[in-house]
Design a binder for this molecule. Structure first.
Ligand SMILES: C[S@@+](CC[C@H](N)C(=O)[O-])C[C@H]1O[C@@H](n2cnc3c(N)ncnc32)[C@H](O)[C@@H]1O
Length: 398
């Protein structure tokens, strides 16, 4: 019976949530206000809610309760206690390939008032807006699977990190050298000294290192790098590790963000760098850059659509009008920063978006307005690796 109580609470939570804040924060507040839920209850209720959001825009005419159960079935790789109680007829089918499982849900969907049956592509309905090279069906289906947690091992710490993980009995995969893939709930911060020995960084984000190779950039030691949307410094630490000694400047829009970065850099052993705060969407903003940078890393604000497997509520609440707003901001930011790039310098444009308008079209804008030439451009597919999907383009100024 307890799973029916969890289902009812999940229906209640979903009814109250309107998408204004990350769902993870909302549900924590919900549980804080009502102390009767134990940790197992909280885990199950959260899981049911996330199963609902993982269906994205699919099955809109099912009731909330039906959608939660459909999501639970589609997201379960094996039979389980919860499904056995909530939908016994589907539990034995949980291990089937997901394409086959859709037919069970479609049968319910078409027997409700919905008419046409649904399937994976309906989860993410903006197929025509996707960047080149994304398999729409596989991408849509990827929302049903929780992504891995990835750790990037810092240079020289390879043996130590693997020994520590083995010693703690934590199982992991290695999709690439220096890259550790773990189950999402792994408590590696109790085992690894984060930022010093390894950095929590998605696999695709780690692959941005392929664009930072010294031979590609013809970078000499001491190359002047500006990470202009640095957040807590994930790309800066990567550049530091790949390029060796760099002359680093970081900036972001708010002081509190730079404060987090400083803490993280201290843990990472990065002590020599400059930082400032600037709103790069404002053409009048003061940029406290000492000399013109030879490499600008612009990991710009974006829809984040390549990361929605981690926050599937965004997939559910997304309004496509937001894409043009992001593109407008991205064009302002690149226009503001490229004028500072040294002649012969490189500009690395990065998003975690799957939308062409934020990716290839901004690159075309850069080519047309600033005459930069593409050195390397790639959609970093993560959806087939339980990772984020990102886009990166390296351009060169004459
Ligand atoms: C995708 S995140 C960067 C992630 C970071 N590079 C990393 O690897 O961890 C984009 C960053 O752009 C910043 N940002 C948003 N709007 C901005 C603006 N108008 N000017 C400057 N930075 C901005 C955000 O605060 C956010 O930290």
């Amino acid at each position: 019976m307890k799973f029916f109580a969890h289902l009812n609470t999940a229906v209640q939570v979903i009814g109250q949530y309107k998408g204004q804040q990350p769902f993870g924060i909302f549900i924590k507040d919900f549980f804080r206000q009502d102390k009767k839920y134990g940790s197992r209850d909280r885990k199950n209720i959260s899981h049911l809610c996330y199963c609902y959001f993982r269906l994205g825009k699919g099955y809109p005419l099912l009731t909330v309760e039906e959608r939660i159960v459909a999501g639970l079935f589609l997201c379960s790789a094996t039979p389980n206690e919860m499904l056995a109680q909530l939908k016994p007829a589907w539990n034995d089918q949980a291990g089937l390939p997901v394409e086959e499982k859709f037919s069970f849900v479609n049968a319910v969907s078409s027997s409700s008032a919905s008419g046409a049956p649904d399937a994976a592509p309906a989860i993410f309905p903006w197929k025509d807006a996707l960047s080149a090279g994304i398999d729409h069906e596989a991408f849509s289906g990827s929302f049903l699977v929780q992504p891995h947690l990835f750790l990037r091992i810092r240079p020289g710490k390879e043996k130590m990190v693997q020994q520590k993980l083995d010693g703690a009995g934590i199982s992991y995969g290695m999709p690439a050298p220096h890259c550790i893939a773990l189950a999402n709930a792994s408590k590696i911060d109790e085992v690894i000294r984060l930022n010093k020995e390894g950095v929590i960084q998605d696999y695709s984000s780690q692959r941005v290192g392929e664009f930072l190779q010294p031979e590609l950039l013809a970078a000499a030691p001491g190359v002047r790098v500006w990470d202009c949307c640095a957040a807590s410094g994930g790309k800066s630490i990567l550049a530091w590790d790949v390029l060796g000694s760099i002359d680093l400047t970081v900036s972001d829009i708010r002081e509190s963000i730079i404060a987090n970065l400083k803490k993280r850099f201290a843990e990472a052993g990065i002590t020599k760098y400059r930082s400032f705060v600037a709103d790069l969407g404002d053409p009048q903003a003061t940029l406290q850059l000492p000399v013109s940078p030879q490499l600008i890393i612009a990991d710009v604000p974006c829809s984040g659509s390549g990361t929605w497997s981690r926050t599937p509520e965004q997939l559910y609440y997304f309004e496509p009008a937001a894409i043009a707003r992001y593109r407008g901001l991205q064009q302002k930011i690149v226009s503001r920063v490229i004028e500072k790039l040294a002649p012969g310098g490189h500009f690395l444009y990065i998003t975690c978006s799957v939308f062409r308008e934020e990716n290839e079209e901004v690159v075309s804008f850069i080519q047309q307005h600033f005459g930069l030439a593409i050195v390397k451009m790639e959609l970093l597919r993560g959806y087939d690796q339980q990772a984020d999907t990102m886009f990166a383009a390296l351009l060169k100024k004459d």
